[in-house]
Ligand binder design. Sequence first.
Ligand code: SAM
Length: 237
Amino acid sequence: MSADNLKASDSIDFESMKASINFDNFLSAGAIDTKAQALLRPNPKLEHALTNSAAKGLPPISVLPLAGQYLSILTKLIGAKTVLEIGTLGGYSSIRFAEAGAKVTSVEMNPKHHEVAVENVQGLDVEVILGSALEVLPKLAEEGRKFDLVFIDADWDHHWEYFDWAVKLTRPNGCVYLDDVIPPLFKSGKVEDEAASVFTKIGQDERVEATLVPLVVTHPLIPTPVFNGYVLARVKE
Ligand SMILES: C[S@@+](CC[C@H](N)C(=O)[O-])C[C@H]1O[C@@H](n2cnc3c(N)ncnc32)[C@H](O)[C@@H]1O
């Protein structure tokens, strides 16, 4: 469908909409992102976490500030008091959840990342468990642990396995946030059936209702806008 196929209506600013339907608009993603930074407030704990993580040689792959703000808002909106995070890195997103009022349990397999995260989350209600997620999550389930929100942000090869455990570990009407679901679809260079299977599996999972939230994101270290997205699932009662 081209922009010209769209019908004008009294309630829609059709000219603006037409102007916004242009593939080249993606080239402005960086400028829009820069403007949107105005939504953020200074946060010394987060700034310290980034500086300390960089000084200790951790990769700059924590959630971006606006995404962190989103996680904070989501935590508050659903009144999450307990958050499970898979993939801690230096604890940037853990800090977001904790400052939003949740007790955070975060799982990290890399000892160096674990050590830096423990430094960065000092003073907050964050437990960083050192271990591989597929070993730690069954133990948490055995202990009968349940969380209000599970945030999955580790490697991309085990999305379904993490999601499956996350659902088991989420209380009824809690939610699972599975990050970075778009880039793995391009792993083989094209979006093929088998790569889409995480959507198929989640779609067939009667324990949840879920949706894809697609995003265009910009990262200071990546020259082009990135097509990314996450799955947000509600665990049924
Ligand atoms: C993208 S980073 C997490 C970023 C963090 N959530 C943030 O926003 O600050 C991914 C982290 O997951 C960890 N990781 C990867 N595979 C893992 C696994 N199987 N179990 C636990 N942690 C894992 C990596 O070592 C890395 O620190």
